[in-house]
Design a protein around this ligand. Structure first.
Ligand code: MGD
Ligand code: MGD
Ligand code: MO
Length: 716
């Protein structure tokens, strides 16, 4: 073999091989990771993928999903051209049309709905993808609609709501500098691998770890103390820990006296939550609760690591997390280095020490100048604290037309299987007048759209990202968009032009809008283009500790609120309790004992698997081969009493519906709990939930605790 042939075989970059290394980022999962990629490109084809060493997140590493980037990008399920529906909704019958025709038609329809039914009759939606959000958000409001909706109606925002009710602002753990990390329901070894490496490094320098999780996971394997509670009982566990901290005088007197509101009432309320009562409710031994409370309160500084989802995927989720976050105030670990530090977001929810005008950019029209948002009447606290509509109420409003009709939806990556009672969401999509979906792939939901537009993937586009590590990148396309696909941002700005919005920034275009957002930092897109692998932020904002001393807290009382004055305002009309009270999940042995007789097991869903991210990588051969079939996890003790062995086909039923899956026997789930991953097309666990099985404060679905029954159907 010639030298060049050898080099080609080895995929060695250089002039003789024509292979170049292009820098990009992976956004198969998004937005906290955004790992850097080295893409080996020859003739506009990616032939090899590596982690990029310069990137401060992944430092050269890649997870199972990122390593399969080529199979994701070159999937045969990629959408190739704009498509117009020719058959009935869901039939999958479409005909190819041009971009011109598609965008003209969308603009004409949306303008028509706006003039007939008002701009609020058009909803704009974005799924798990985050990068395009500021632009879609502005487009929505410039169009005049208050209805900007996202997947954050089931993710993260309820956690932030709990933090905002307590402290007025969101906060996160300072893992690098803490001496005790209380991981309250997170498993970064599967959900955020770059963070897992940072936790291991902190453990090496002596950091203690407490993990609260109903299952055993790689994270609990690292714990000094694992509190294996029953799903949905987090509030009771936190209140029992508060009981120990208060009654043993382990609290921070100065912080409580000077900076908190409602401590007396809270201290009185927690008296009933003795460690013994905590044990009764949560299943965690009283001694362990005491031990964990002492370790957390006595180690300084200590930080609580929250998750975007599991705690708030319970019908009592916001109050449970409020109880958990009260522990931060009790121990004075708020807004300090090594505690729960407040690092304000720079761009798309990620802090990066970069001053931006994102907030000003997205709110081109004030909510007060527009009609109420979807879900606002049902979830008023959501609407006070989150600048989006609550998408869980969307199917209801599409179907009922109340408080006003929703006629059209422009969605970027919508998956109806995200909603509880996902069939109900699909029915709503069948009833809506006009539905457009922009996605990378042909999906089951896209088949219901009137028009489908093909988006390109992250390696085919340019996007701006800030990193918590004070790093910033504006990527360049590593390859040209495949087929006739386009970047979501180009689609949004092109459509914006056609919608006659008279919006100077939408008219100025994508990069001009980014320059506008970045203007306070004096960083420009032109400068960023000179650094394809990204660059450290040169003069990052210096964020001081204990900002509350000078600024107070952004709560009604100006203090940290054990007793929420926002919730108190809704006490009469909505029955919200101002204290972080504990009530069992709506469907539970404690609340609905008669149901529990028929449905004796707890259904817990959606714990992350390392190779899947929602529905996205089921279609990728490398990742799907690791778990080719939908499976439900059962403890061997439960399996034995139900006469079930590994691989048997089982039926899981709830008061709502039933599904059929294979049984996976594992000690990782506790007896009495069945766990099942979500988003499978052939065994969609979200069909088992009622569409109204929601937390009354946030509107988040109770995905982590419902009652169910398991029966054997076919022996393996
Ligand atoms: N039972 C249960 N249900 C759950 C959960 C659970 O734990 N249990 N978790 C919930 C949580 S926390 C979340 S965040 C949601 C996630 O729910 P979804 O946001 O619905 O997640 P996906 O299934 O990934 O759907 C996103 C779609 O976006 C498309 N997409 C990907 N990248 C792009 C892009 O760059 N542009 C465009 N236009 N489209 C793109 C994908 O192909 C996919 O079709 O699921 C929720 N559902
Ligand atoms: N590989 C992969 N990574 C992902 C995702 C993915 O789909 N795949 N999704 C991304 C998204 S959208 C999100 S929101 C994050 C989620 O990130 P994480 O929260 O870290 O991940 P999960 O596995 O959903 O949940 C963490 C743990 O919470 C536990 N848990 C379940 N119910 C309860 C409960 O009631 N109380 C308590 N205390 N714990 C409970 C589960 O057993 C699980 O081990 O992951 C992100 N990263
Ligand atoms: Mo999420």
């Amino acid at each position: 073999m010639s030298k060049t042939a050898d080099q080609l075989k080895g995929k060695i970059p250089g002039e003789s091989t024509g292979i170049t290394i292009k820098k990009s980022i992976c956004t198969i999962c998004d937005p906290l990771t955004q790992c850097g990629l080295n893409l080996y490109v020859k003739d506009n084809i990616i032939i090899k993928v590596e982690g990029s060493k310069e990137n401060p997140k992944n430092e050269g590493t890649l997870c199972a999903k990122g390593a399969a980037t080529r199979q994701y990008v070159y999937s045969p399920e990629r959408l190739k051209t704009p498509l117009k529906r020719t058959g009935p909704r869901g039939s999958g019958e479409f005909t190819a049309i041009s971009w011109h025709q598609a965008l003209d038609e969308i603009a004409e329809k949306l303008i028509n709905y706006k003039s007939k039914f008002g701009p609020e009759s058009v909803a704009f939606y974005c799924g798990y993808t985050k990068w395009l959000r500021p632009f879609l958000h502005r487009l929505t409001h410039s169009f005049g609609s208050p209805n900007y909706l996202t997947e954050s109606s089931t993710c993260a925002q309820a956690t932030y709501m709990a933090q905002k009710l307590n402290f007025g602002t969101a906060t996160g753990p300072d893992v690098k500098n803490t001496n005790c990390l209380l991981v309250w329901s997170a498993n970064p070894f599967h959900s955020n691998t770059t963070l897992a490496r940072k936790i291991l490094a902190a453990k090496d320098r002596g950091m203690k770890i407490i993990v609260v999780d109903p299952r055993c996971t790689p994270m609990t394997a690292q714990a000094d103390i694992h509190l294996q509670l029953k799903p949905g009982t987090d509030g009771a566990l936190a209140l029992a820990m508060a009981n120990v901290i208060i009654n043993e005088q382990l609290f921070d007197q100065d912080f409580i006296s000077n900076y908190t509101f409602g401590f007396e009432e809270f201290a009185q309320y927690i008296q009933e939550f003795t460690p013994e009562k905590g044990e009764l409710i949560t299943g965690v031994k009283a001694e362990k609760i005491v031990q964990a409370a002492r370790l957390y309160a006595n180690t300084k500084p200590a930080a609580i690591m929250q998750s975007a989802a599991p705690v708030v995927h319970n019908t009592n989720g916001v109050q449970n997390y409020r109880a958990v976050f009260s522990l931060i105030a009790l121990t004075g670990n708020y807004d300090i280095s090594g505690g729960n530090f407040v690092d304000p977001p720079s761009f798309i929810g990620v802090s990066g020490g970069v001053a931006t005008r994102e907030n000003e950019f997205v709110h081109s029209k004030k909510f007060e100048e527009m009609p109420v948002r979807v879900g606002q009447e049902r979830f008023p606290v959501w609407s006070e604290l989150v600048d989006q509509a609550q998408a869980m109420d969307l199917p209801q409003q599409i179907k009922s037309g109340s408080p006003y009709p929703i006629k059209a939806m422009l969605a970027f990556g919508i998956n109806h299987r995200m909603w509880p009672d996902s069939k109900n969401m699909l029915q709503a999509l069948q009833e809506i007048d006009f539905f457009v979906d922009v996605d990378i792939f042909m999906t089951d939901t896209a088949k219901y759209a009137d028009l489908i537009l093909p988006a390109c993937s992250s390696v085919e586009r340019s996007e701006l990202r800030c990193y918590q590590e004070r790093y910033i990148i504006y990527t360049q396309p590593a390859i040209q968009p495949l087929y006739d696909s386009r970047s979501d941002a180009d689609i949004i700005f092109d459509l914006g032009q056609r919608l006659q919005l008279n919006d100077p920034l939408i008219n100025a275009g994508y990069e001009a809008s980014l320059d506008y957002i970045l203007e306070p930092s004096h960083i420009t897109i032109e400068e960023l283009k000179k650094h394809p692998a990204g660059m450290p932020v040169l003069n990052p904002l210096r964020i001081p500790e204990k900002k509350y001393i000078a600024q107070g807290f952004s709560t009604p009382s100006g203090k940290m609120e054990f007793k929420s004055l926002i919730l108190e305002r809704y006490a009469n009309d909505y029955g919200y309790d101002p204290l972080p009270v504990y009530h069992p999940p709506k469907c539970s042995a404690e609340n609905t004992p008669e149901l529990a007789e028929k449905f004796p097991l707890i259904l817990n869903t959606g714990s992350r698997l390392p190779m899947f991210i929602h529905s996205r990588t089921f279609r990728v051969p490398w990742t799907s081969s690791l778990r080719p079939e939908a499976m439900a996890d059962l403890n061997p003790a439960d399996a034995q009493s139900l006469n079930i062995v590994q691989g048997d086909e089982i039926k899981i039923s709830t008061p709502q519906s039933e599904i059929y899956v294979k049984a996976n026997l594992t000690l990782l789930v506790q007896p009495g709990v069945v766990h099942m991953y979500h988003a499978y097309s052939n065994a969609d666990v979200n069909t088992l939930f009622d569409c109204d099985y929601l937390d009354p404060i946030s509107g988040f679905p109770g995905f982590k605790s419902l009652l169910c029954k398991v029966e054997k159907v076919v022996s393996n």
